[in-house]
Design a protein around this ligand. Structure first.
Ligand code: ARG
Length: 260
């Protein structure tokens, strides 16, 4: 009788295990099914930290869609911008997602997906400033975020640069008169200036002249070629069927397709 009971018990356990393995849902996702995304969430409308600690934005939505198609779960890791690409390169995170502009220099260190939009660098000044365009920046002090293309662009052009780990501190430097201008990506400039002026009056002005054109893409470590090819296919579909444009619209931002 005892033997019989043990047999039935063993059989039940085998069935229970098989059922569990088959359904998948009742188990925690294995590590390979998680996609860790490194980001600096100070970059609306692409990624912005909310008061409850969550990160929202166009790129978060886009990565969620991609993960859905890949059957992966997105996990967001927050850090300063200048830690994103080194972290990806070192294999600490699967993908860098941070409004990252594709540059030749960065392409030596990480593997980029195809771009999904185009952006530009904009100049922000205080209302009434004598700076009205790029030509007036010579000899002026400019705030930028550390490790960004704004920083390298301003340095290469010989401007006097003050770098800040957080975009909000670069903005503060301008508002408090520590610098004469702030160079930052256009759509983020638009969002941050709108939010600042809504609270403080028409203090900040974005100049009409764009400094550069830069494609945004997602960064992986070398060795992820297969995954990147898969994501490129998915991205192509999402750009072509208007999903990416609709995401920009959701966040009230103008969209420039890389396909034009
Ligand atoms: N597009 C610029 C770059 O690639 C700035 C990106 C800043 N991103 C951020 N999440 N703060 O350098």
């Amino acid at each position: 009788m005892k033997k019989m009971l043990a047999f039935i018990l063993a059989l039940t356990m085998i069935f229970a295990l098989a059922a569990c393995g088959g359904s998948g849902k009742s188990q925690a996702a294995p590590a390979s099914e998680v996609l860790t995304m490194a980001t600096s969430p100070d970059f609306p409308p692409f990624e912005e930290l909310q008061s409850d600690g969550s990160v929202v934005g166009i790129e978060v939505d886009l990565l969620e869609l991609i993960c859905e198609k890949l059957g992966k779960t997105l996990q967001i890791e927050q850090m300063d911008f200048d830690s994103v690409l080194p972290g990806v390169q070192a294999g600490k995170y699967d993908v860098g997602v941070s409004g990252i502009s594709v540059t030749e220099k960065r392409q030596k260190n990480v593997l980029f997906t195809d771009p999904y939009c185009l952006a530009a660098q904009a100049i922000v000044v205080l209302g009434g400033s004598d700076i009205t365009g790029k030509a007036d920046l010579d000899g002026k002090k400019i705030a930028v975020q550390t490790g960004t293309t704004a920083e390298s662009f301003c340095m290469e052009n010989g401007y006097e640069v003050s770098s800040f780990a957080a975009n909000s501190d670069a903005e503060l430097a301008l508002v408090t008169g520590k610098v004469d201008a702030w160079v930052i990506d256009d759509l983020t400039a638009a969002e941050m200036v709108k939010a600042y002026n809504a609270e403080n009056g028409e203090v900040l002005v974005i100049l009409g002249e764009a400094m550069t054109t830069e494609p945004y893409a997602f960064a992986f470590a070398f060795g992820s070629e297969e995954l990147v090819a898969q994501i490129n296919d998915i991205l192509k579909g999402l750009v072509e069927d208007g999903t990416v444009a609709a995401l920009f619209e959701k966040y009230d931002a103008p969209y420039t397709s890389p396909l034009n």
